[in-house]
Design a protein around this ligand. Structure first.
Ligand SMILES: [Zn+2]
Length: 305
C-alpha cells in the first residue's frame, strides 16, 4: 500500500493473493468518512461501498483507496452496539454449528482464540463445551459486556498488532472479521503462527458470487461501509494458501435472527416496532436465514508454515 496523510491508502497489490495485476472495478457509493456507527456489527447502511478494485489473478474485490489500519482500528475501539446483545440467543445458535465442526476436526480440544470476540458469545459457549476461551476485541464497550455478562476477560485492542503466543492454540475463529481488516494477509498469517501443529482456523466471510449477492445486486446486505473486501472462493483459497493453510472443509453459513431484528433493518418498519408489546413478541420469533451467502471454511495449518 502507498502513503497518504488522509487516512486512506492506494493499493498496489491484491490484499488476498499479492498479485500486482489489479484494476479499478466500480466507483463507490459511499462518499462520507467512516464513523464508529458505520462500523458496528448491526449497521444497516446496506448497498454502500468504497471505490472497489478487482484482482485479475484471483477475482478479489477490495476497497481502493482503503482506510488505513490506524484509522479503522481507532474506530472499532469506540464502537458501542447494544443491539448486538439483543440477538445473543440467535448468535449463539450460529456459533454452536462452528464449534461442532471444529470439534470434529481438531485432535483434541484446548485453547481456542476468537478474533473480534465482540461481547464474548462464542467464547462463553466454547467454554461450556470444554474449550479454554481466549480472545481479543477492539471495542472497550464489548470487552466490558463480556466481563460483566459472561465473566470473560478478553484482551482489548486490534488483533493485527497484539502480542500473542505462537504454536499454542488448538483453534482460532474469525467470524466476519476478515472483510473488515485493511490487512487480511497479516491477520491470517498471524492466526497461522498462533496455531499449534494440526490446529484449525474457522473462518466465515460473505461470498460475493453467492446467489443472494447476485439477486440483491447493489442492495446486498453485505455491501456496507465497514466491509473493505469481498471474497470469492478463489481469492479466499489464495489468501489462506499464501499464509500456510490447507482448506479441509467448506460449508455455507446461515444466520439466525429474530423477526424483530430483521424488521428493524428496514426503515419503514420503524412505526410498527414503536409498539413495545409487539416489539418484544417479535424478538421471540427466531428465523434461520438459509441465505447461504457466506463461506464457512475450516483450514489446517501446514506443517511447514
Ligand atoms: Zn488476487
Amino acid at each position: 500500500m502507498g502513503e497518504s496523510e488522509r487516512g486512506f491508502l492506494k493499493q498496489w497489490a491484491c490484499p488476498a493473493c499479492g498479485s500486482g495485476r489489479i484494476r479499478p472495478h466500480r466507483e463507490g457509493t459511499y462518499a462520507g468518512r467512516l464513523t464508529r456507527d458505520d462500523v458496528k456489527i448491526t449497521d444497516s447502511h446496506y448497498g454502500q461501498t468504497w471505490d472497489l478494485s478487482l484482482c485479475l489473478e484471483c477475482g478479489h474485490l477490495f476497497a481502493d483507496p482503503c482506510p488505513t489500519p490506524d484509522y479503522i482500528f481507532s474506530l472499532y475501539g469506540q464502537v458501542e452496539d447494544p443491539l448486538y446483545e439483543d440477538e445473543a440467543a440467535g448468535r449463539a445458535r450460529n456459533f454452536l454449528g462452528i464449534l461442532k465442526q471444529l470439534e470434529s476436526l481438531v485432535p483434541e480440544k484446548g485453547p481456542l482464540f476468537d478474533v473480534g470476540a465482540a461481547t464474548g458469545i462464542l467464547l462463553d459457549l466454547a467454554r461450556s463445551r470444554g474449550w479454554q476461551p481466549d480472545g481479543i476485541e477492539p471495542s472497550a464497550w464489548a470487552v466490558g459486556v463480556a466481563a460483566a455478562k459472561y465473566g470473560l476477560s478478553l484482551r482489548q485492542g486490534p488483533f493485527e498488532s497484539a502480542s500473542l503466543p505462537s504454536d499454542y492454540y488448538a483453534a482460532v475463529t474469525m467470524v466476519d472479521i476478515i472483510e473488515h481488516t485493511p490487512i487480511p494477509y497479516e491477520a491470517i498469517k498471524k492466526a497461522s503462527r498462533m496455531l499449534r501443529p494440526g490446529g484449525v482456523l474457522a473462518l466465515v466471510t460473505p461470498d460475493i458470487h453467492s446467489a443472494s449477492a447476485r439477486i440483491a445486486g447493489r442492495r446486498w446486505w453485505h455491501l456496507r461501509p465497514a466491509h473493505l473486501a469481498f471474497f470469492s472462493r478463489a481469492s479466499l483459497a489464495a489468501l489462506l494458501g499464501r499464509a500456510g493453510f490447507t482448506v479441509v472443509r467448506e460449508r455455507r453459513y446461515s444466520w439466525t435472527f429474530s423477526l424483530h431484528y430483521l424488521l428493524s433493518r428496514k426503515r419503514a418498519s420503524g412505526l410498527l416496532l414503536k409498539n413495545r408489546r409487539l416489539a418484544s413478541f417479535l424478538k421471540t420469533i427466531r428465523l434461520k436465514l438459509a441465505l447461504g451467502d457466506s463461506f464457512e471454511v475450516y483450514a489446517v495449518k501446514d506443517k511447514r508454515a
